[in-house]
Design a protein around this ligand. Sequence first.
Ligand code: AMP
Ligand code: ZN
Length: 666
Amino acid sequence: MTIEAQIKQLREELNTYNYKYYVLDASDISDFEFDMKLKTLQDLEAKHPEFFDPNSPTQRVGGTITKNFNTVVHDHRMYSLDNSYSKDDLLAWEQRIKKMVDGPVSYTCELKYDGASISLTYTHGVFVKAVTRGDGVQGDDVTANVKTIKSVPLTLQGDVPEQFDIRGEIVLPFDGFNKMNEERIEIGEEPYRNPRNTASGSLKLQDSSEVAKRPLECLLYTIVGKHLNIQSQFEGLQKAREWGFKVPSAAKLVNSIDEVLEFISYWDTHRHDLPYETDGVVIKVNSFQHQEELGYTAKAPRWAMAFKFKAEQVSTRLNEITYQVGRTGAITPVANLEPVELAGTTVKRASLHNADQIAKLDVREGDEVFVEKGGEIIPKIIAVDITQRPADSQPTEYITHCPECHTELVRQEGEAQHYCPNYNGCKPQIVGRIQHFISRKAMDIDGLGGETVALLVNEGLIENYSDLYELTKEEVLPLERMADKSADNLINGIALSKAVPFERVLYALGIRYVGETVAKKLVKHFKTIDAIIEATEDELIAVDEIGIRIAQSVVEFFNSEANQHIINRLKGFGLQLEISAEILANQTDTLAGQTFVVSGVFTSVSRDELKKMIEDHGGKVGSSISSKTSFLVAGDKMGPSKRAKAEQLNISILSENDFLSLLKSE
Ligand code: AMP
Ligand code: ZN
């Protein structure tokens, strides 16, 4: 085979695997095989630049930097949608339609996906560009970023029109969104607020390789163009699906407004089972001929209507705005509310995020406010009921000094949050850091809890985490609610933590941006704390997945004399500050390329130990079962739905013993 043919074949294979995995949610190749093929293709393309193709699957990893997004005029305007909220609204719409078209009308009902709208252009079956909606007439060219979204086909299959645009919504499914937030929280950053804003923000990132890391999806709903040879909306959806686009299967063709209402009422409850956010239903007159007769108003098509689901919302009084100081010094304003029932829970507090948010809402103590629970975990205040505002109300003045230590707050350029810079003298930061140090994923100190840490600091018994190792039973016994036995447990737990492996100690130090994963990476690469302390920014960045922000933060942390002193003390107490010889010897790559999902309860090892064994031997631990999973390791009490999903996808299920013998045999 010629090189060119080889490259072509690899591209086709990889495109097909991508399609199966990201569009059809089914796959018949392991991550490992996929990566190997991709690598082969990358190597061939690198050696033969004459066969470059902007739509090769290798281009999905990104790497393009866009400083300014070009403005592009849409070939076909991207309209907005009229909204309806009730059966009456829909019946009135039907009346308007009946006046303009003769005979029976059928409707396509679709879900209204809550993300960022996008228009994709294809010529001769090949992806050409992606443009945001913008003002409907012109938007921004975000082609490089959209190319990294795996469910966007780069080449189409079947008999496709010569040239067309297809519209859709780029969404960030909850799973991926939550995972991104877990990682942010872990490294002491503000979590993203909701999937929609995060999705649209992602499209405007300058570095497309950052976009490639985000689990975005593109759901399509309308084909536009000339000579399409399609007669109706529903047929269009089917065609789009055949050509390789991801078109959700919820879409339904119906013949009356009553059936539309049934669709709405079904999805009003079932939408909560979907992996992504939806905020309503879009109803479209099905026949393109009817659509043409109906035409457009200045703003929206007459042939389509959005029906908005009711967001769960209540109004209540805002009693007080207080300010919390996190372990990194970040200040978060909190609205303390008159308790109120919302979506099945009692809400007492809502986050106000930051100073800008307070100013934007002009929210004040004593106001009656509307609280809503959307895709977010924490309820949010969406507006103030000005009509109820007390006459003597005063605008909220954001605090200028730390509520805990009275140090003047700082706000770095480009950051939304205010910070208390008093790293070594601010109580909640001191306490928060020690609480982080002892937490389960860090030093996991048995017999010591967050409240006791606060007590120990308040009583002046400790000032930083290294002081823990000099505590004596006599010192802690007088503490509130400290019985003889619990004092023993505490001292004992602290002593035992000296055996906690280095990667967890490094994570426990609480270096900003150094979460569990980064800590593992650093340990694997540098092996000893001294090597990390001596590493320059450049040496740190050279490590896979360590960026400039992390590198700067690590260097800054170890530059501090106070921190150096603490580390030296920890060394003196015998904590693990280098990778153990045993671990080094035990690490293999026998499981390389395999992804394991671990579920249930185990008898001879703990679940965390099991995960660690997998990683020590080069395997990956996945969080949920997908066609990319190689094995499901099943303990007792695993949920039946997990098993069913694994069976459905033909994934091998291993018992605890199966897994252990697999490791031995390899
Ligand atoms: P609005 O932003 O409220 O004017 O609503 C119009 C937007 O709804 C469109 O720009 C699309 O981005 C979005 N949308 C989401 N799902 C659909 C769908 N199934 N059909 C049409 N538009 C949709
Ligand atoms: Zn402070």
